[in-house]
Design a binder for this molecule. Structure first.
Ligand SMILES: [Zn+2]
Length: 287
């Protein structure tokens, strides 16, 4: 991939924020009291914790005082450049229906709008605060543990999460959640369709990024071999493979993301068409 560093306006850097570092002075009892007060009065007293720099809002975390290596700083620039390009692409496709967001970088654990986010869970999108969460350590895991090295594999992961953002903005996510609420048996199958669509949306961006001449304009441009890296990444994080890796049998009823073959197939559909319309994973069979 070819890319150029930007101004980092597409990332929020919370790598230096330590969960509970100097914040636990309130204690569990105090926390429960604040929670009850908030519940009883409808005022969020927990936000007091934030304003005093407690628990989750250590300003040092975003001021760049984080211990980091030049290699890691380059990864931050990479995430920012890729995120900008993905968002520019969706702004073009959805016009005013797209609203920009950012990638929240963290280490180990972070308090998100969706509760505690941990590195072990992998990157995720939180619909409640419309942000993508990423621990850069996942990139290493992607290459060493899942056997999907390369910068486009990393970009694919970010593009997949932005795909969830697009699903939220377009109301697809809300419709799926409602349908899941109506029918518990549909929870996993619908989750698979949602995930496969995010893969397809990642491919839509890949299609744009593969156009020639982009790099000369300061945009991300794919190079030969990049698409294969992305497909490899899609194949390496299928539910069937993950279940096998964790030592268990393959249990399709527990699938939430789709098989490796399905993920590759839908990523490829987005990639070849470049059209979000080609990503209707909710019609007919998922293959
Ligand atoms: Zn997903």
């Amino acid at each position: 991939m070819r890319w150029t560093s930007g101004d980092r306006s597409n990332v929020e850097d919370y790598r230096g924020r330590r969960m509970g570092g100097r914040g636990m002075s309130v204690g569990l009892g105090g926390f429960v009291v604040l929670l009850l007060l908030s519940w009883a009065t409808g005022t969020n007293f927990l936000s007091l914790l934030d304003s005093t720099g407690d628990v989750s809002n250590d300003p040092a975390g975003s001021s760049g005082s984080v211990a980091s290596s030049p290699a890691e700083e380059q990864q931050v620039d990479f995430v920012d450049a890729v995120m900008k390009d993905i968002q520019d692409t969706w702004s073009g496709l959805l016009a005013s229906r797209y609203s920009r967001t950012s990638v929240v970088l963290f280490r180990d654990a972070i308090q998100s709008g969706c509760g505690l986010g941990e590195s072990a869970t992998g990157p995720f999108y939180c619909p409640q605060d419309s942000r993508v969460y990423l621990d850069l350590g996942f990139f290493q895991e992607l290459s060493e543990r899942f056997g999907a090295p390369g910068d486009f594999a990393r970009a694919y992961v970010i593009a997949h999460e932005v795909g969830h953002h697009v699903q939220r903005l377009t109301g697809i996510e809300a419709r799926v959640r409602a349908a899941q609420g109506d029918d518990p048996r549909a929870v996993n199958p619908l989750s698979v369709r949602l995930e496969l669509q995010a893969d397809c949306f990642a491919g839509v961006w890949g299609h744009t990024a593969s156009q020639q001449g982009r790099s000369a304009r300061g945009q991300v441009e794919l190079e030969p071999g990049d698409v294969e890296e992305g497909l490899q990444a899609a194949a390496s994080i299928g539910d069937d493979r993950l279940q096998r890796m964790s030592g268990g049998r393959v249990a399709p009823e527990r699938f939430t993301h789709g098989t490796s073959a399905q993920r590759v197939e839908w990523f490829r559909r987005g990639l070849t068409s470049g059209q979000p319309d080609a990503c209707d994973t909710f019609a007919g069979n998922t293959q």
